[in-house]
Design a protein. Structure first.
Length: 193
């Protein structure tokens, strides 16, 4: 049960954003900047970093919602997303992304856990300064987002089938007010009932 009076029909961070639209705007803008850029670090890579950090923070809602968004970008490859989520060293991702995930995991523990060796390894594997910057900022932001969701005990659906429909909507439209102002999409078969 949430610690504050939020819309029980909106899961996770969505209910908190609806509760506080004045903070929702900047948070949505930050999420768009961090997760919707598509340069040398793809949107899938960015969502994988967010998913892994959310897993490390034990934030069920964020790890599954961002994992579902990564699945959208990766043509339905749930197995790959699950491997990256849990830190499987055998996940079939680039060595560069593995190095960035290592940096993100260090940031999740605390900023001072990032080592010069991690940075050097990432650069040797092709990471740019922008890649490293964005990785650290995504990891730091998701520590905040995860603690926001769990610190206020927002409603967290345990039914994993509810995550892909919203993920598709975010993959198509990005982050923003529609996250809490538009109703949760439902499967066509559920609408027919």
């Amino acid at each position: 049960m949430p610690h504050i009076n939020v819309d029980k029909d909106l899961p996770g961070i969505r209910s908190l954003m609806a509760f506080s639209p004045q903070t929702a705007g900047p948070m949505g803008e930050l999420a768009n900047l961090l997760l919707r850029s598509n340069d040398t670090l793809s949107m899938a890579d960015r969502e994988l970093i967010a998913t892994h950090v959310s897993y490390l923070n034990d934030c069920f809602y964020c790890q599954h919602s961002h994992g579902a968004i990564a699945v959208c970008y990766l043509d339905g490859n749930t197995e790959l997303v699950d491997q990256v989520r849990t830190g499987d060293a055998n996940a079939p991702v680039s060595d560069k992304l593995k190095a960035l995930l290592s940096i993100a995991a260090s940031v999740q523990k605390g900023g001072k856990f990032v080592t010069p060796q991690q940075i050097e390894t990432a650069k040797l594997l092709g990471a740019t300064d922008n890649d490293i910057h964005d990785t650290v900022l995504i990891a730091a932001a998701f520590c905040m987002f995860n603690r926001y969701v769990d610190g206020l005990a927002s409603n967290t659906p345990s039914d994993l089938s509810s995550y892909p429909l919203r993920a598709k909507q975010i993959a198509e439209k990005g982050y923003g007010n529609h996250i809490f102002s538009e109703r949760q999409p439902v499967a066509e078969s559920a609408e027919a009932k």
